[in-house]
Design a protein. Structure first.
Length: 488
C-alpha cells in the first residue's frame, strides 16, 4: 500500500531541489528501505552526471540503488518470529519529584550516603582500615583506606591528595615516579570515592596503590529476548537547528522498514532534550523557531504519534525540558505532561532512570554531569570529543557515579540517598547531552551516546564541538549488539 504521507514528502523534496519525479521513479523509491535518503542520493548523482535533467526517471533510482548499499531488500526475512514484548519496569524513585529543605545537615547526609554506597562497592574486593587507624601506624606500616577526594595538588615531584573518610582527613603523597598509582590518581575526580593503599614514611603517607570502584569483572551476558531497542536523544524540537527532515527520514524508516531489524523494534527510548525549551541559555530565543515550550512539546508529540503503536516509547528529560534542573530530575509534569500524552501513550520517566525490560537493565541518563567531567580532566575537551566520548563515558562507569563532581555546573539535590551512584552495573548506559554519538562495550556494559538531531549550535561552534546529527542506536536485547545508524 502506498503511504500518502511518504509520497508527498518525496515529491516535495524533489521539487525543493528543482526536480520532478516520474510515477515509476516514485514507486521504485517507495520500495527501498530509506526512500528519502535514497532520493537525496539520486539527486546528488543526477546533478553531477546529468546536469540537464529535470525529471527523475526510474533508471536513475535504479542506478543509485544498485550502486549503493541501499538495494531493494527482498522479503527474505519474512521468517522472523517475534517473541512477545516484555513489560517495562521502572523503579518508583525515578517516577516522582524529590524535594529538599535546604539545610546544611542534608548536604552532610548526602555526602555520607554517597561515600558509604561507593565504599560498599570497593568493599566487595578489599577491606579497609580508617584514617584514625592509619595515623596510629608506625613507620613502614601499611593500611588500605576508602577515601573521598577533597583536593588534588601537583608539585614538581608528586601529586598531593587530600581526602577523608568518616574518621578524619588524610594527606596522601603520590610520587610521579610511581607510574601506576600516579596515572590513576590524576584521573580521580573531586568528590568521588576511591581506595588507597598507603605506607607510613616519617610523617607522611605514600600511595602504593590507587583503585577506583570500577567494574572489576566483566559481567556475563545472560541473554534476553530477540527484540530491539531503538535509542535516541537530543532532538531539540522547537530549535531552528532541529533537523526535521532527518527525523522524518527516521520516521519513514521505522514505519516502513521491512528488514528484521526494524520489525524487531518494540521500544523507543529518548534520553532527554526532546525539545529545546526556553531560557536555557542567554539569547536562546533568537535560535528558536517556536518560543512556547508547550507548543514545542505538542509538536514533538505530533512527531512521536507517527511511531508505530506497537513500539513503546519511554521518555526521560534533560536540561532543556521544563522541569526542575537539579539531578535527579522528575518526569515531565502537569500541562507539559498532558502536551506529550495528547496523541499517544508514552512512559514518562525522570533523569536518571533505571528501566528493566526482559531481564535487561538500561540506565537512562541525559548526561549533564559530563560537562564537569570534561572540565576536570586534563586530556578531554569539547573539540576532541569525537575521539574522546568513550573515555568520558568510561570515566563515569569507573567512578560508578553519573555526576561525580559536586558544586560546579551540574546542580545535584542533596537527598538522603544518592541516586546517581551506579550500584549495579547496567547492561546499557544510554546517554545524550554532548551531541556526539558513540557506542562501545566496557566490561559487559554497553556505553552509548546517541548524538543529536540538531545542527551545530553557536555555543557548540564556539567550543569547537562537532555534533553527530541524525543518529540513533539499535540494541538487540538478546545479544546486546549495538548498531549506530545515521540518517542523512
Ligand atoms: Fe541536548
Amino acid at each position: 500500500m502506498p503511504d500518502p504521507r511518504l509520497r508527498r514528502r518525496l515529491v516535495e523534496e524533489a521539487l525543493r531541489q528543482g526536480y520532478n519525479l516520474s510515477g515509476e521513479a516514485l514507486r521504485r523509491l517507495e520500495s527501498l528501505e530509506d526512500p528519502l535518503g535514497a532520493l537525496r542520493r539520486v539527486l546528488e548523482r543526477l546533478r553531477e552526471e546529468e546536469p540537464e535533467a529535470i525529471v527523475v526517471e526510474e533508471r536513475h533510482v535504479e542506478a543509485t540503488a544498485r550502486g549503493g548499499a541501499e538495494g531493494h531488500q527482498p522479503q527474505r526475512e519474512q521468517a522472523v518470529v517475534l517473541v512477545e514484548a516484555p513489560e517495562v519496569n521502572v523503579g518508583e524513585e525515578f517516577l516522582r519529584e524529590h524535594r529538599i529543605e535546604g539545610k546544611a545537615e542534608e548536604f552532610r547526609q548526602y555526602f555520607m550516603d554517597r561515600y558509604r554506597r561507593l565504599r560498599m562497592i570497593l568493599g566487595e574486593r578489599m577491606s579497609f582500615q580508617s584514617v584514625v587507624e592509619a595515623r596510629r601506624m608506625r613507620r613502614e606500616q601499611e593500611a588500605t583506606l576508602a577515601l573521598m577526594l577533597l583536593e588534588k595538588r601537583e608539585t614538581e615531584k608528586a601529586l598531593i591528595i587530600e581526602a577523608e573518610d568518616e574518621t578524619g582527613i588524610i594527606r596522601v603523597v603520590v610520587p610521579r615516579r610511581s607510574q601506576k598509582p600516579y596515572e590513576e590518581a590524576v584521573r580521580i575526580l573531586p568528590d568521588s570515592v576511591f581506595a588507597a593503599k598507603v605506607r607510613r614514611i616519617d610523617n607522611s603517607f605514600m600511595a602504593q596503590e590507587i583503585h577506583l570502584p570500577d567494574i572489576p569483572i566483566a559481567r556475563e551476558n545472560s541473554g534476553g529476548p530477540d527484540l530491539n531497542l531503538c535509542l535516541i536523544s537530543d532532538t531539540h524540537v522547537g530549535s531552528k537547528k532541529f533537523r526535521r527532515d532527518l527525523f522524518e527520514s527516521f520516521l519513514d524508516w521505522i514505519n516502513r522498514g521491512r528488514d528484521g531489524e526494524v520489525r524487531r523494534i518494540r521500544y523507543l527510548l529518548i534520553a532527554g532534550d526532546l525539545v529545546d525549551g526556553i531560557g536555557v541559555f542567554p539569547g536562546q530565543r533568537w535560535e528558536l523557531e517556536e518560543t512556547s515550550v508547550k507548543r514545542q512539546l505538542e509538536q514533538a508529540a505530533d512527531l512521536l504519534a507517527e511511531i508505530p503503536g506497537h513500539i513503546k516509547i519511554i521518555l526521560s528529560v534533560g536540561n532543556h525540558e521544563p522541569v526542575e534542573k537539579a539531578l535527579p530530575q522528575p518526569p515531565l509534569q502537569g500541562e507539559y505532561r498532558e502536551a506529550v500524552l495528547r496523541r499517544r501513550e508514552v512512559i514518562l520517566v525522570g533523569n536518571p532512570a533505571r528501566v528493566e525490560i526482559g531481564g535487561r537493565s538500561i540506565l537512562m541518563y541525559h548526561g549533564q554531569g559530563l560537562d564537569d567531567v570534561i572540565q576536570a580532566l586534563p586530556d578531554i575537551s569539547y573539540n576532541t570529543l569525537q575521539e574522546d566520548v568513550g573515555k568520558l563515558l568510561r570515566t563515569l562507569i569507573r567512578h560508578r557515579h553519573l555526576s561525580p563532581v559536586y558544586g560546579e555546573n551540574t546542580p545535584i539535590l542533596p537527598l538522603p540517598r544518592d541516586y546517581l551512584v551506579i550500584e549495579e552495573p547496567p547492561h546499557i548506559l544510554h546517554t545524550g547531552h554532548i551531541h556526539v554519538a558513540h557506542a562501545e562495550n566496557y566490561r559487559g556494559v554497553r556505553l552509548i551516546n546517541t548524538g543529536a538531531w540538531q545542527e551545530q549550535t553557536s555555543y557548540q561552534k564556539s567550543v569547537g564541538l562537532q555534533p553527530t546529527v541524525g543518529t540513533m542506536a539499535l540494541v538487540n536485547l538478546g545479544t546486546l549488539e549495538v548498531k549506530l545508524r545515521r540518517f542523512t
